[in-house]
Design a protein. Structure first.
Length: 392
């Protein structure tokens, strides 16, 4: 089947965070929304059909996740990433952010040090602060258009830490960490008895020439010290179904996570999320292949357009994810002025870079998982606004 990613889908009045909260977030409901990390493409037909088929049975009583649910995850990870896991390593969560918060509660206590690597996905900050843990930063280094881990800065900080939260692939910078980078990180964490929480939700969304490596696939020793968070939500545009997985081969660690899950009584999930997950992982190969081709073409267009027309903005090309990190430092604006400029002059709803922490100032995050016509319109808006600024 050939999927049509050029189709414009009207998402307004569907309780869409990205579209229907524009006035609340940006103060302008007319901005082009390119912020929330979901896609403006239809959720694949095989997922919709699986939900519709289940809905034909008119009893929505208590349900559980079947053997087929677990097998679909096991098979997908092996088929696409050569990562062999056992089904009994899988725990549930209604989302990766809730899972990270539950893991923080399971493996640390108030006042413990947790390391993050900013600029990074901002809910990591909340998982630390809201649980009264201490945030320790190991800022990434931007060099020649790619982010790198600063191991020299990291090593002494590991000595007094309990957990390191990793974004793999990295959001918002787009680095797909190499096996060598991950192995060095994993061995340092082992040496210092620091558990790795690895958020790998973008692992399926990696471009040609790069390879996603699950942290826990590197060795048995690293796997025993790693808790991996995955979900079909980014890959198949089904975030509203609140279904994700926590993968832990170390039974003692898994039991600790599962205990928190049971105490909070959020482990049941919902039947539609379960059937959608099975459909996604069993039938999503062709969709993913076509999606990556389309996203790659969008990246090519955006990079060429910005480099040719908007020299004031530096395009940080991602190795993975559909999120583009735009360096706007040449505009010589502080964070607040930059936000105001993008909203009021360019009519663009981007994620402000400062929300991603240290190193995010003067950056904007742009979501290119949209029809090309939307991307073109957004880039033209940005060009026009900067041209006016240039010619003042």
């Amino acid at each position: 089947m050939q999927y049509n990613f050029d189709e414009i889908v009207n998402r307004e009045n569907t309780d869409s965070v990205k579209f229907d909260l524009r006035a609340d977030i940006f103060g302008d409901k007319e901005v082009i929304p390119m912020w929330v990390a979901d896609m403006d493409f239809k959720t694949p037909d095989f997922i919709i059909q699986a939900i519709q088929q289940r809905a034909k049975h008119e009893v929505l009583g208590y349900s559980f996740r079947s053997k087929a649910y677990h097998e679909s995850i096991v098979n997908w990870l092996y088929r696409h990433h050569q990562w062999k896991i056992n089904s009994d390593w899988i725990s549930f969560s209604p989302g990766i952010v809730p899972a990270i918060n539950m893991a923080v509660q399971a493996f640390t206590k108030p006042g413990d040090n947790i390391i993050i690597q900013p600029p990074v996905y901002f809910p990591f900050f909340g998982a630390i602060k809201n649980n009264e843990r201490n945030q320790v930063e190991n800022p990434l280094v931007l060099r020649n258009g790619r982010y790198y881990i600063d191991f020299e800065d990291l090593e002494p900080k590991l000595k007094n830490a309990k957990v390191l939260i990793l974004s793999n692939p990295h959001n918002p910078g787009g680095s797909v960490w190499t096996k060598e980078e991950l192995k060095k990180l994993g061995e340092l964490c082992l040496k210092n008895d620091v558990i790795v929480f690895s958020d790998e939700i973008h692992g399926d969304l990696v471009y040609k020439g790069f390879e996603y490596t699950p942290m826990a696939s590197l060795s048995d020793e690293i796997a025993q010290n790693t808790i991996t968070f995955i979900a079909p939500s980014k890959t198949f545009n089904m975030a509203a179904l609140a279904t994700s997985s926590v993968i832990t081969s170390n039974k003692a660690l898994k039991d600790k996570y599962d205990k928190v899950l049971d105490v909070l009584h959020v482990g049941m999930g919902n039947v539609f999320g379960s059937v959608a997950s099975v459909a996604a992982y069993n039938h999503g190969d062709q969709w993913l292949c076509q999606l990556l081709d389309y996203l790659s073409n969008n990246l090519d267009y955006a990079q060429d357009y910005i480099e040719m027309n908007i020299p004031e903005v530096t395009f940080i090309r991602p190795e993975g994810t559909y999120l583009v990190w735009l360096d706007c430092s040449k505009l010589n604006m502080d964070s607040e002025a930059l936000k105001k400029f993008m909203i009021e002059k360019a009519k663009l709803g981007f994620n402000a870079g400062d929300t991603f922490g240290t190193g995010g100032e003067q950056f904007m995050r742009m979501n290119i998982a949209c029809p090309k016509s939307t991307l073109i319109r957004a880039l033209e808006n940005l060009k026009e606004a900067i041209c006016k600024l240039r010619n003042r």
